[in-house]
Design a protein around this ligand. Structure first.
Ligand code: ADP
Ligand code: MG
Length: 446
């Protein structure tokens, strides 16, 4: 096979599962197909917990896949690949080492001579805009400068492939834009020997401003669900119509729901459905924002993101919550209120709670299940561990806890059950129990 026809990275049908502490298998990645070609930057967008970091670690050879093939330049990956470097969200710099020493670390481990180490580190430090800070310590640097050290540490290895795991997301907007632009310049002007970059991001604009292709990753299990080619020259004008159009497209794809059949079909959620990490108060707040001008019931997603100043991850949890509760729908890059959503916005607090309760029991199996168990138990109480154990058939321990906590927050707001934080016991609300007892007495008398 000719060298040129070989992808930098080629993943075919990759599967990865982890064992939970209870020894259940949980599949995080399933059937992942992905190619990184020479000369391209690819961005990977997906919800948190969908397995993006796991996928990157597999690509870097840091952890093995359980199934499928992982090829680097046509050869099966057997361990950490020389030629592939990673940059993480926050770089663990060694606080007792200077910038220069931090940058040289990897070279030292690779057995590069002192003189060459110094020369290469100096060149990279200059390149990435850290000139003059060689002997500074990490604590003397701003977040943005520290992340530059992170990049320098990866670039000094002269990587063939650069894997970036949300490297800009811990930085403020301006700092992240500057660093992003600097990286694009280095790439465009071929000042780095890197042949391909994969960027994991949870920021749609960031992905569209950098990448040749944007991939949308799905969760449970994670796999590449859709691809959009950007095809605009870099650096890109983020205000141009062409750019906005692609951002819109990506938003639509990100929110398009594929599980449970085609569009418009009612989906069947399971007990293990990952309730979006948000609260009834925030859901109501977003509904109100959409209901009010300038949106008046229908909002362009990127515009809504701008208006609310919420990051994409937070917004997607909110969208998902409104969607599963039947309060809003998404189509063609817009989110709009359903009739139920409109009623909700107009309702008073008590009515809102009732509507929420009805929707929870109807749409969220976990909420319905908890309520059923409490209804059926003689004392109308159940320890949370009972539900945690059930959830752990679907989710890892910490996620099971997170999902149950969310269900409890939602259920308490809707007053379909109550929870005692001290004992970790779920119970029916007192007035519901009183009502039930009154009913029972009546039936007994009859
Ligand atoms: P993302 O980067 O998309 O947020 P991750 O790849 O970090 O997602 O995690 C995907 C899922 O895999 C999560 O449910 C996480 O809890 C789980 N996971 C990741 N690493 C491990 C591990 N070493 N052991 C068990 N579960 C893990
Ligand atoms: Mg991650």
């Amino acid at each position: 096979m000719a060298e040129t026809s070989t992808a930098l990275l080629d993943l075919r049908g990759v599967r990865k599962s982890f064992r939970t502490p209870e020894r259940h298998e949980r599949t995080v990645l399933e059937g992942v197909d992905f190619r990184l070609e020479e000369g391209e930057i690819v961005a990977l967008l997906g919800k948190s917990g969908s397995g993006k970091s796991t996928l990157l670690r597999i690509m870097a050879g840091l952890i093995p896949a359980n199934g499928g093939e992982v090829l680097y330049r046509g050869k099966a990956m057997t361990g950490p690949a020389k030629g592939i470097s990673m940059v993480f969200q926050s770089f663990a710099l060694f606080p007792w080492l200077t910038v220069q020493e931090n940058v040289e670390l990897g070279l030292e481990a690779a057995g590069v001579s002192v003189a060459e180490r110094e020369e290469r580190a100096n060149a990279v430090i200059e390149l990435i805009g850290l000139g003059g800070y060689e002997s500074a310590y990490p604590k003397e640097l701003s977040g943005g400068m520290r992340q530059r050290v992170g990049f320098a540490r990866a670039l000094v290895m002269r990587p063939d492939v650069l894997l970036l795991d949300e490297p800009f997301s811990a930085l403020d907007v301006l700092t992240s834009e500057t660093l992003r632009e600097d990286l694009v310049d280095l790439w465009e002007e071929r000042k780095i020997p890197t042949k391909g970059i994969l960027l994991v991001s949870h920021n749609i604009e960031e992905a569209v401003s950098i990448a040749d292709r944007v991939l949308v990753f799905s969760s449970d299990p994670g796999r590449v669900r859709a691809e959009i080619r950007v095809g605009l020259p870099r650096p890109r004008d983020t205000e141009s119509a062409a750019f906005r159009q692609i951002v819109d497209e990506v938003y639509t794809l990100m929110t398009a729901h594929v599980r449970g059949g085609g569009a418009g079909m009612a989906e069947q959620l399971t007990l293990g459905y990952r309730l979006p990490d948000t609260t009834p108060g925030k859901l109501a707040g977003l509904l109100e924002t959409i209901a009010e001008p300038p949106f008046s019931g229908r909002a362009d997603l990127p515009q809504l993101a701008e208006e609310t100043e919420l990051d994409d991850d937070t917004l997607f949890h909110l969208f998902e919550g409104l969607r599963v509760l039947g309060l809003a729908r998404i189509a063609a890059g817009d989110i709009f209120l359903t009739p139920a959503g409109k009623l909700f916005v107009e309702a008073d607090d008590a009515q809102r709670k009732e509507m929420f309760a009805e929707s929870l029991v109807k749409n969220i199996p976990l909420a319905a299940h908890i309520r059923r168990v409490l209804d059926e138990r003689k004392d109308h109480r159940a320890p949370e561990n009972r539900f945690l154990q059930e959830l752990e058939d679907y989710l890892t321990g910490s996620e099971a806890e997170r999902v149950l906590e969310t269900a409890i927050t939602w259920g308490r707001y809707a007053e379909i059950f109550d929870y005692d934080y001290n004992s970790g016991v779920l119970m029916l609300p007192e007035d519901v129990v009183e009502e039930m007892e009154a009913d029972e007495e009546k039936t007994a008398e009859e």
